[in-house]
Write a protein that binds this ligand. Structure first.
Ligand code: NAG
Ligand code: NAG
Ligand code: NAG
Length: 453
């Protein structure tokens, strides 16, 4: 009796801790997008992206068995397509699941946008219930809005829709990757995207392309093209293209928390009038009240050589922006330029966060971090009484210094923007700053990478 009840208590407390959303099988942290009868229209049916939707019931064993593969598929398809689930056991979803023709659980449907907005093509997925099977089927249904251009028609294509920026992917491939197709959907009717093969020699020459794949952007009303030199991954390319034009509302980046249905309050509204009062109060406040710039949280500090190394100076580290703070001596007060630099960086980071745009990590390096002195001396920034702003990319082996006279928001921001766009000159990162790679046993990838160009 006793052992049993203590097991029960243990299980009960374990269950209470697990963050499960409204008794569904996917937690709030799951990469699977939870959809209901109300949000299906805006998130799935009206999307320009392809989706797969699982209709399930929490008590169904096959649904629970599918969960790991389905979550894995959601991870692999992040940024390429939507992976969603509807809990048909919820009262509000029951009629909807019926309308969708669901007769057993789980039912998987691939929803592909058609030419008519809001009237997608819906087909049952009958393939294997594995991550690979699901990913392959969804990827095959991602619409292709990428123009395949040749030497003959590239100029013609560039002249169309004059007002729009254009992006060209130069590639050795004859096929159009799911990544570039997803980007063309994110920027549908906003940025035109073409793909040009390496054998189109006059186009390749015209843009001075030496490596494949290479992505270039021709901003509107500007013949100067820009070459993308960041990582060939969805999110950084999306961020880069967003500098030239705003992507469509349902651009698939990192699973945006705003796309998630709000956590339902567990308790039912106890008394109607009480909740009305509450509503009355909250609704008089402006719902879209923007946080004031003053609320920008300070940028994180890396106080030890180890944290600096793992965040920014490991072999695989991408671009980081560092504020090397001056020695403060006994005083804990930073000199004014350093304070100004920190507040400019904080505000820039905050602005990006509010817009949901990824910015590279921005860190303050206090003088007490012993790596700071080494960094200054190797980079020749030998005046320890001044604040220095630098950008470092350990993976690609470059760094650059902010050389402005003052650290106001506008000048720091234009420096940051130039880094984002890959503009301006970079210095070669001296030897010895970047930590050696730790010998690592790579686990072989058993599945095709779709998140590449
Ligand atoms: C879908 O694409 C059109 C452009 O063809 C765009 O106007 C619309 O906002 C996009 N829809 C969403 C939900 O992003
Ligand atoms: C409800 O809102 C009205 C104005 O719309 C206001 O006059 C009233 O005091 C509010 N009631 C409560 C309880 O907040
Ligand atoms: C710092 O180094 C530069 C060369 O990089 C040199 O010209 C300058 O005099 C040095 N300053 C100090 C304070 O050592």
């Amino acid at each position: 009796m006793l052992p049993q009840s203590s097991t029960f208590l243990f299980l009960a407390s374990l269950l209470a801790v697990l963050p499960v959303n409204a008794d569904g099988i996917y937690s709030n942290k799951s990469p699977v997008l939870q959809v209901n009868q109300k949000t299906y229209g805006s998130l799935i049916a009206n999307s320009n992206h392809t989706s797969i939707v699982e209709f399930y019931a929490p008590w169904c064993g096959h649904c629970k068995n599918l969960k790991p593969a389905y979550e894995k598929a959601a991870q692999n398809l992040n940024g390429l397509a939507k992976v969603a689930a509807v809990n048909c056991d919820e009262d509000e979803n029951k009629p909807f699941c019926g309308q969708m023709g669901v007769q057993g659980f789980p039912t998987l449907k691939i929803v592909t946008p058609s030419k008519k907005a809001g009237r997608p093509h819906v087909q049952d997925y009958q393939g294997p219930r594995t991550a690979k099977g699901i990913v392959d089927a969804v990827v095959n249904n991602i619409p292709n809005h990428v123009k395949k251009a040749t030497d003959k028609n590239l100029d013609n294509w560039l002249e169309q829709n004059e007002e729009r920026p254009k992006a060209i992917l130069f590639t050795e491939k004859g096929t159009t990757s799911s990544l570039i197709r997803a980007l063309a959907i994110d920027f549908l009717d906003v940025i035109d995207i073409a793909q040009v093969r390496n054998k189109e020699s006059s186009s390749v020459e015209k843009f001075g392309i030496e490596e494949f794949p290479t992505l270039v952007v021709i901003p509107s009303g500007d013949s100067e093209y820009k070459v993308y030199d960041g990582e060939l991954k969805k999110q950084p390319i999306l961020d880069f293209l967003s500098k030239f034009a705003e992507p469509n509302p349902d651009a698939t980046g990192k699973a945006a928390p705003a796309n998630r249905p709000k956590a339902k309050p567990k308790s039912k509204p106890a008394s109607k009038s009480a909740s009305d009062d509450g509503d009355n109060k909250t609704s008089t406040e402006t719902p879209e009240s923007k946080p004031t710039p003053a609320s920008a949280p300070p940028i994180p500090t890396l106080a030890t050589p180890e944290t600096l190394e793992s965040a920014c100076l490991a072999v695989k580290s991408n671009t980081c922006v560092l504020a090397l703070l001056p020695a403060t001596g006994d005083e804990s007060e930073l000199p004014a330029p350093a304070t100004e630099a920190l507040s400019s960086l904080a505000e820039i980071a905050h602005k990006h966060a509010l817009r949901g745009v990824n910015l590279f990590p921005v860190h303050a390096i206090p003088d007490i971090n012993t790596a700071s002195e080494n960094l200054r001396s190797v980079l020749g920034l030998n005046d320890s009484q001044t604040v220095e702003l630098i950008a470092v990319n350990a993976r690609r082996g470059w760094w650059r210094r902010f050389s402005g006279e003052e650290f106001g928001l506008a000048s720091v921001e234009s420096w940051i923007d130039a880094i984002r766009l890959g503009e301006g000159s970079k210095e070669k990162l001296p030897e010895g700053l970047v930590a050696e790679a730790e010998p690592k046993t790579e686990t072989p990838k058993e599945e095709a990478e779709h998140d590449e160009l």
